[in-house]
Design a protein around this ligand. Structure first.
Ligand SMILES: Nc1ncnc2c1ncn2[C@@H]1O[C@H](COP(=O)(O)OP(=O)(O)OP(=O)(O)O)[C@@H](O)[C@H]1O
Ligand SMILES: [Mg+2]
Length: 339
């Protein structure tokens, strides 16, 4: 069972690279699922992801399936999965649930990790490729499960809801409610009671979440991490930030892909003679190509992983064949092993 997590800043090509890796794995005969986040329309179409929904669909490529991650919906699934049915209903109807689903920074990352764990545990796949939501350089994908577990099992919540679940509800009602009702009277609404109810309900999901956080951790420790970046300053600094945070949560990435890279051979034209527009243009591109080569070395040192350039294509790769050709062999070998 292979699990490949693709991380990187917004817009660098994570979804495209995830699809390309998945096509490659499927063509090696592995029953492969790619979990994508908001694929560009034409890529979604190429993968057969027309509608919404997180159920895997079969693509036109044999052995390749694709699923879309719907963070909002997954959050509801989390409630249904980790709370008992009455509590889940109450949670979902609570206005704070919507607010948290929309605003908790790690919720998308948790939804992605949770969906990954669900599919990895299903036994249906020989390879799962996870495209991750853009956030904090990608490290959130690795930390979200324990962050959420900590939030739900956090001290503040323990104080508000009593120390044990679910038997403590009665105690909480007795001890907590009069105080809260008083506060509600002053504030003129059932706000605090609702918050307290919400926190209590949320807390009953703790055991399930803690268990899932363990599972996710184990999957991630055994998975292959692919960092994608482009040569621009913002994604590079996110990749470096990710590299700094990673040792705490996971192994070093297997490979860093420098996407939309210029051909290295262009750097040879640095000294092309002449003062005409063409010569100046060539020298300009040569300088940029040389900068990207130096950048690769720097990334290699700082992220402690091999860097492989992925060429900038004139046209966005969308068809399955174009995707299969996107990644150079040297990059593929690092990710899925030599064929
Ligand atoms: N090597 C490449 N050459 C040309 N176009 C590319 C290349 N890689 C990606 N693209 C195009 O760049 C755009 C962004 O790629 P993609 O959607 O995969 O990025 P992303 O990291 O998933 O973005 P987001 O963070 O928004 O999810 C797409 O239109 C894609 O087709
Ligand atoms: Mg994407």
């Amino acid at each position: 069972m292979k699990v490949i997590a693709v991380v990187g800043a917004g817009g660098v090509g994570k979804t495209t690279v995830s699809a390309a890796i998945a096509v490659d794995l499927a063509r090696r005969g592995l029953r492969t699922l790619v979990i994508t986040v908001d694929p560009a329309k034409r890529l979604g179409t190429a993968l057969g992801l027309e509608g919404v929904g997180s159920e895997p669909v079969e693509t036109s490529e044999p052995d390749l399936w694709a699923a879309m991650l719907d963070a909002e919906e997954s959050w509801h699934e989390v409630a249904r999965r980790y709370a008992d049915p009455t509590v889940a209903r109450r949670l979902e109807e609570n206005p704070f649930f919507e607010a948290i689903a929309g605003r908790f920074p790690a919720s998308q990352a948790f939804a992605a990790a949770d969906t990954m764990a669900e599919h990895v545990g299903s036994g249906r796949w020989e390879a799962v490729v996870v495209d991750t939501p853009p956030s904090a350089g990608g490290v959130e994908f690795f930390t979200a499960a324990s962050d959420i577990t900590e939030l739900v099992g956090g001290r503040l919540i323990k104080i508000l809801t009593g120390s044990r679940v679910p038997g403590a509800r009665r105690m909480f009602v007795v001890v907590g409610a009069p105080v809260l009702r008083l506060a509600d009277n002053i504030l003129g609404g059932p706000v605090l009671t609702e918050v307290a109810d919400f926190l209590f309900d949320l807390r009953t999901t703790y055991d399930g979440l803690a268990e899932r956080a363990e599972e996710i951790g184990a999957i991630l420790r055994a998975s292959t991490t692919v960092v994608v970046t482009t040569p621009e300053p913002a994604p590079i600094s996110e990749a470096l930030q990710f590299g700094e945070a990673l040792p705490e949560v996971a192994a070093a990435p297997s490979v860093v892909l420098l996407n939309r890279a210029l051909p290295a051979a262009w750097a040879d034209e640095l000294d092309v003679p002449g003062d005409d527009a063409l010569a100046r243009t060539l020298r300009g591109w040569a300088a940029e190509s040389a900068r990207q080569i130096r950048l690769q070395r720097r990334l290699e040192t700082e992220l402690d992983a091999p860097v492989r350039p992925v060429p900038r294509l004139a046209e966005a790769p969308v068809g399955l064949d174009a995707l299969a050709q996107l990644l150079p062999q040297r990059a593929v070998d690092r990710i899925v092993g030599p064929s």
